[in-house]
Structures are given as C-alpha cells and as structure tokens.
Design a binder for this molecule. Structure first.
Ligand code: ADP
Ligand code: MG
Length: 276
C-alpha cells in the first residue's frame, strides 16, 4: 500500500467505505487539437472501493482500454484525474499490475524467470523473489513447468503465466484487458475459476474488461456497462455471484436462474442502448 493522504475506513468485513480507485471527470481525446482528433472517452466519473472486482463491458471501440490505460498510468487523461488511495496517478507503478489479451512474456526467459521478473526488477531479496515465484506458480498450476520456456506452453498456460507474473508483484490493483479473449471456451472457464479463486483468497482490487457478459456476471462484484464511442457509463449493476460461490462449480453457478436473469438484464442494456 503506497502512503496515501486519504484515510480509508475499513469495516470489520474488510470492505472500505471510501473510494479506493477514482476516475474524476476523466475524458480522452486522441490527437486533441489536430484534424485527426478522436474523442475516445466522454468525461467519466467512476469510483469504487478496495477489494471490488469491477467488470467493464461495452461495444468494441467504446473506450474501455482507453479508460484502463489512464489507471495503468500509460495514458494521461485529456481532462480529469485518476487517483488511487487519494493519490493522483502520474505513471505506471508496481502496485498496479496489468494483464493484456496476449500474454506479453519474455520468450528468452524461463517460466520461473518470467514469473519473478517484477520482484527481480525491484531488487527484492533473493529469498522473497524465490518465495513469490514458487507461491504464484503453484497458484496458477505451473510450478512443474518452471524450467520451461514460454513457447513450450499452451495459450492458456501462457496466459496463466502472465497472470502469475502480474501477481508476483503483489499488486493492490490488477488491471486485466480481455485477458481470456484469445482462449478456447473450456480453457476460458477454467481460467475464470482460477482467477476467482485467487481473488477470493487475496482480495485484491480488480478492473477487468471483457466482451463476455457471462464472464462479467460470474467474476464481477459490479458490472459497468459503457455506451458506444465516445464511451460513457450507461449503468452500474451490482452482481452477487463473485462473493457467493465459494464452493459451487462454475457451470452450476452459470446455470442458476438468478445468474441467467442478471445476464439477460446486462445484455438487454447493451443491446437496448447500442442497437443500430
Ligand atoms: P475498446 O477497448 O473499448 O475497444 P479503445 O479504448 O481501444 O476501445 O478505443 C476507443 C477509440 O479510440 C476507438 O475508436 C479507437 O479506434 C480509438 N483509439 C484508440 N487508441 C488510439 C490511438 N492511439 N490514436 C487514435 N485513436 C485511438
Ligand atoms: Mg480494448
């Protein structure tokens, strides 16, 4: 936790009442002031507490990645401000881990070296580096593959490694941009379950972009629906399943009447507003 000016009040359940992440009037126009200017994101206000799992859904090109990049610190907003724990975001930082759709691994490094990249870069003690690598490779089921190279792994394993690499930094916030979008359906569900497990046990804050409403309703504590470009927030819908389904199998959760009803509600919002 970086030193933060704003005190956060923590309830006995560990849920904070003050916002942890805050987008205040954040808008992005690419090439602002040029004839090629593209308004990607309308002024957006979005705040959420520590430990939330926020899923963003919306049509292609509506500004989801743009919004996430401002929190990652890769892209300064054209107007507005992003803050974490009351501190303005001014660039990338190890407390915010990022996972992209394509696992951007280091092909010349072993699985273990990929997983330990962040802790090594930060010069953490060797023993801590080893401990983190071992813990996270076990968590994502890749410990036996620690001496292999990324090209020897399947797509799902590569993505698990990318997640382990992000988590080995023990970020407070995990930013995931369609991380399972390139995986086949079965692998994708396994990854959803694995991520759900990690989130339940670690309780980190997650901002997760997906095209899959099903995935959003399963994983999210809240679903944020965005409009077409320039994106704005159409609706914020709380979802109960992430905190409920401790022992339930994913397919049972997804087949339940409550789940199906919420998925239909979110789909209705997306189709209703964005209908052509
Ligand atoms: P999403 O992630 O929802 O698909 P993006 O945030 O990637 O949408 O993009 C929002 C809009 O901004 C799109 O119309 C896209 O073409 C445009 N855009 C994204 N990046 C750039 C860029 N670097 N320069 C100009 N336009 C961009
Ligand atoms: Mg995107």
């Amino acid at each position: 936790m970086p030193d933060s000016g704003a005190p956060l009040s923590v309830t006995p359940s560990g849920v904070t009442s003050a916002p942890f992440v805050e987008f205040a009037g954040v808008a992005v126009t690419y090439g602002a002031g040029t004839p090629q200017a593209v308004a990607a994101l309308s002024p957006t206000d979005l705040a959420f507490g520590r430990g939330e799992f926020i899923c963003i859904v919306g049509p292609s090109g509506c500004g989801k990645t743009t919004l996430m990049q401002t929190l990652a610190g890769f892209l300064p907003p054209t107007t507005g401000m992003v803050s974490v724990g009351g501190q303005a975001v001014r660039g990338p930082g190890p407390e915010r881990g990022v996972v992209f759709q394509q696992a951007a691994l280091f092909p010349w490094k072993t699985v273990a070296a990929n997983a330990g990249f962040g802790p090594a870069m930060r010069g953490l003690p060797r023993a801590v580096q080893r401990e983190r690598v071992e813990y996270w490779l076990h968590s994502v089921g890749l410990w036996e593959f620690r001496d292999r190279y990324p090209y020897e792994l399947s797509g799902g394993m590569q993505q698990r490694l990318a997640i382990a690499r992000a988590l080995a930094n023990e970020p407070e916030i995990l930013l995931m941009d369609e991380p399972f979008g390139a995986l086949d359906a079965l692998t994708r569900e396994k990854m959803q379950e694995a991520l759900h497990e990690v989130w339940r046990s670690r309780g980190m804050t997650v901002l997760f972009i997906t095209h899959s409403v099903d995935e959003a309703v399963y994983l999210g504590t809240e679903i944020v629906v965005m409009s077409q470009r320039p994106g704005r927030i159409l609706a914020r819908i709380p979802a109960p399943f992430a905190r409920q389904s401790a022992d339930s199998e994913i397919r049972h959760v997804k087949a339940s009447a409550d789940f199906v009803a919420l998925r239909e509600q979110v789909l209705g919002l997306i189709w209703g507003e964005n209908a052509v």
